[in-house]
Design a protein around this ligand. Structure first.
Ligand SMILES: NC(=O)c1ccc[n+]([C@@H]2O[C@H](COP(=O)([O-])OP(=O)(O)OC[C@H]3O[C@@H](n4cnc5c(N)ncnc54)[C@H](OP(=O)(O)O)[C@@H]3O)[C@@H](O)[C@H]2O)c1
Length: 251
């Protein structure tokens, strides 16, 4: 699950709503939570809403800082929010990646970080992302992938598979844009045998049926959407024909 915008909230009512989302997520088997200091209050709200349930969660947050000093401050804050360890620490948008990578490697040796990754949303940066992947110093990447944004198929996903890296998929719904013009319900009928009853589920299953992708992180502020999205993480998976069908529905 992503937390951009949806968890960047303050005030009792909004934070209570965030807790309901986390309650639903955990009860539906959703346990991977992505955040970043770029998302305002999101890391704090995620940490506070998890509280005693921290052990049940896989926290993937990010360092996003113009210097290693600023990065260290962000990391110290995140470690406080998340009980003293981060499961996956990602370098956001590759900003100052050489500096942050060295810091994160030390934290990994100390056991405060379990795995290190790198993220970028922009295909113009995929050359640099490939170079970081080839250093052998990261074990996961986060990239955008959906039937409308397929640039990663060219270079990034094949390389990730060769290097056996974990792949986290951001923006599965194109920041919600792919859901605004959903196909007619009847068009989803051929996908019912795959447990797909909604367009959001079709898009998530399209991503997760590519076995080079391991986690999709849709963001939602709606508990019902959470349940719907979680169900798409279960097999049976699409084959090439169903994936091509979903891509055609995009038009
Ligand atoms: N590293 C990076 O550079 C980067 C960049 C962008 C994003 N990300 C990460 O990726 C995550 C996901 O991307 P995103 O937040 O941009 O967009 P997204 O997940 O593609 O789309 C989110 C939108 O989809 C809607 N939605 C979710 N489930 C739905 C459902 N079942 N039915 C109908 N609408 C549904 C949400 O509205 P409702 O609230 O109404 O459900 C929200 O408006 C972010 O939260 C962040 O963690 C990372």
């Amino acid at each position: 699950m992503g937390t951009w915008q949806t968890f960047d909230v303050t005030g009792r009512a909004a934070e209570k709503k965030a807790r309901v989302i986390i309650d639903h997520a955990l009860s539906k088997g959703v346990n991977f939570f992505d955040s970043s200091p770029m998302y305002g209050e999101a890391e704090r709200v995620l940490g506070e809403t998890l509280q005693k349930r921290r052990e049940q969660a896989i926290i993937a947050t990010k360092v996003w800082a113009g210097s290693s000093e600023e990065g260290r401050v962000q990391i110290a804050r995140a470690l406080r929010f998340f009980g003293g360890w981060i499961d996956l620490y990602q370098i956001h948008n590759l900003v100052r990646w050489q500096e942050h990578l060295a810091v994160l490697e030390k934290l990994k040796e100390a056991g405060e970080v379990r795995a290190i990754g790198a993220t970028h949303y922009n295909p113009a940066a995929f050359g640099e992302l490939s170079a970081v992947m080839k250093t052998g110093r990261i074990t996961a990447i986060q990239i955008p992938y959906n039937p409308r944004e397929r640039e990663v198929e060219r270079q990034i996903l094949p390389l990730a598979a060769d290097l056996e890296l974990g792949v986290v998929v951001m923006r599965p719904f194109g920041q919600g844009g792919l859901l605004r013009r959903a196909p007619a319900a009847s068009a989803l009928q051929p996908l019912h045998p795959f447990g797909v009853m909604s367009w959001a589920q079709a898009l998530l299953k399209w991503i997760l049926s590519d076995r080079r992708c391991h986690v999709a992180i849709p963001a939602t502020s709606d508990p019902e959407h959470m349940g719907e999205n979680a169900a798409a993480g279960e097999p049976p998976w699409f084959g090439p024909d169903e994936r091509a069908y979903v891509a055609r529905l995009i038009g």
